[in-house]
Design a protein around this ligand. Structure first.
Ligand SMILES: Cc1cc2nc3c(=O)[nH]c(=O)nc-3n(C[C@H](O)[C@H](O)[C@H](O)COP(=O)(O)OP(=O)(O)OC[C@H]3O[C@@H](n4cnc5c(N)ncnc54)[C@H](O)[C@@H]3O)c2cc1C
Length: 126
């Protein structure tokens, strides 16, 4: 699309009935965001754990990546705390299973919503 075509499309999508138009400028960067879901099926090797985007990628369209990363960090912190304080490795050993219970449904939901959004919510120019 030319710069003008992009601005025309954006203007059309942003119209709110007020007649106001967007201020146009030169478009300085163009990118295609890869929408994808990825899960690393083990998140632990011995005492090495991975968390967040290193372990799983969700499409950004439903804004769940950071939530998943923080969730992993909480489980990891508890695993380390128990390990260091009392030598209890049960949470460390269960780290992958605990995290994946939360991750897989979120990945499925994010992927489903990403497929549905363009069909359901984008206005269609007739
Ligand atoms: C456009 C976009 C919008 C998003 N919007 C949302 C949203 O609204 N809500 C939401 O929940 N999530 C959102 N996300 C996802 C979210 O940003 C990520 O899932 C989250 O930041 C992952 O956290 P992380 O700590 O795993 O990785 P990161 O935040 O990527 O942190 C990794 C860090 O490691 C550093 N690093 C990399 N290599 C090395 C190295 N060799 N040595 C030292 N440091 C290194 C990097 O510089 C970086 O600071 C969005 C993502 C994108 C791309």
């Amino acid at each position: 699309m030319s710069d003008e075509a992009i601005w025309d499309e954006l203007d059309w999508r942003m119209q709110d009935g007020s007649g106001e138009r967007l201020n146009r400028g030169r478009i300085i960067e163009r990118n295609l965001a890869r929408l994808r879901g990825f899960v690393c099926e083990t998140m632990r090797h011995g005492r090495l754990c991975i968390a967040g985007d290193a372990a799983h990628i969700v499409p950004p369209s439903v804004a769940k990546g950071l939530n998943l990363a923080v969730g992993d960090a909480r489980v990891m912190a508890e695993a380390f705390r128990r390990c260091i304080q009392s030598g209890d490795t049960s949470v460390l050993e269960a780290y992958t299973a605990i995290c994946l219970r939360r991750i897989w449904p979120t990945v499925h939901w994010s992927c489903s919503m990403s497929e549905a959004f363009p069909r359901l919510s984008w206005p269609v120019r007739l």
